[in-house]
Design a protein around this ligand. Sequence first.
Ligand SMILES: Cc1ncc(COP(=O)(O)O)c(C=O)c1O
Length: 453
Amino acid sequence: MSATTASARSAGKAAEERARAAVRDGGAPPAGAPDFAALLRQDPEIAGVLLGEGARQADGLQLIAAENFTSPAVLAALGSPLGNKYAEGYPGARHHGGCEIVDLAERIAVERAKALFGAEHANVQPHSGSSAVLAAYAALLRPGDTVLAMSLPHGGHLTHGSPANFSGRWFDFAGYGLDEETGLLDYDAVRALARERRPKAIVCGSISYPRHLDYAAFRDIADEVGAYLIADVAHPMGLIAGGVAPSPVPYADVVCATTHKVLRGPRGGMVLCGARLAERIDRAVFPFTQGGAQMNAVAAKAVAFAEAATPAFGAYAHQVVANARRLAAALAQRGLTIGTGGTDTHLITADPAPLGVDARTARGRLAAAGIVLDTCALPCAEEDAPSPGPPYKRAPRRSGLRLGTAAVTTQGMGEAEMERIADLIVAALREDGAVRAQTAGLVHRFPPYPDRA
Ligand SMILES: Cc1ncc(COP(=O)(O)O)c(C=O)c1O
């Protein structure tokens, strides 16, 4: 061992011991921990924004499928002095000094991610889900390579070949779709397209597909045509952690995910892979596509991974799915058409057309009633009138509603509340003026941060 390595190791050990002693001594907040009173004094305008957003989140029904309420512990890590630290590189091999303590955070986050998902390698630095996908492409592909992914009108993400995104500009994407009658993935059609296009990689994952993916089938198709398999499980990653959705880890060459959404961590991304690709993935994240990692977010990811490893999180994930199933059934009973006839996950797609409302109008009426959700493309042949705005925001074909149960389940709502939510949704679509107050009445019984309510 060189003298420099030995001294770095002993500095790291000393730092670790200091950190552990601080915890034993009683947990006073670190210097520089968030001080809301200071913000209020210094910048009331922005303090007001924080207060307003907190109230907005607590006063409405948050049904955006990609959102959740992180724990106070995750928020504490996010708002910590680790946000001040520059840490380009990886633990033990940084381009900046003073990284002994933040190295600990990253090592802990990596170990927890590997254990939680059973992966040989984890990179917890991606700033977002999109950055994770970019790193996967950077590791495996060259500009111009052919890639198969779910087509955008059927639920692919922007990073799956949108012409408005780097992916569509730099790679030759071919989109596979859903059966327009059933809304289900047709694996034979994916195989036929793969045989025809001979892609370098196949991406599986979606922003709105409510069913489990058959990763073994995707692996088989990828093997047949000699392609890499990239699983983009930004949405179901929390369900995978909670044991209520299948894991792509044994099948995919690279797994990309967000750490927010059902997983309930900070906004951010992560990449998992086998030992064989570890170095390529790490180099693709830093220095190829990112600079210094956000060490406060890395620490917050570690906190979230530990939370997700608990039995309580498993129970939460199961409840998320039970709630989504009940909500989908309740909406169907009240006349909406549910994509694929139901859901395996936290996510539901619904067409309000049978109630005489198009999806964009529906979203507006629901927002007025304090019910917050998204529109999404529906896999069907009919075209809506083209919507205004930039192409990536335009509904490519016909749009429906996309809603999810991750946030309301974190608030403690169960299946009885899902029936109530379905009633509120239908009343709001009918422009019943009493719904706003009824929505408030429901959500105020389930504050997202009860200790602060
Ligand atoms: C399938 C999929 N991939 C990638 C992303 C991108 O994540 P981010 O918004 O963090 O960049 C999302 C976000 O919703 C997603 O659903």
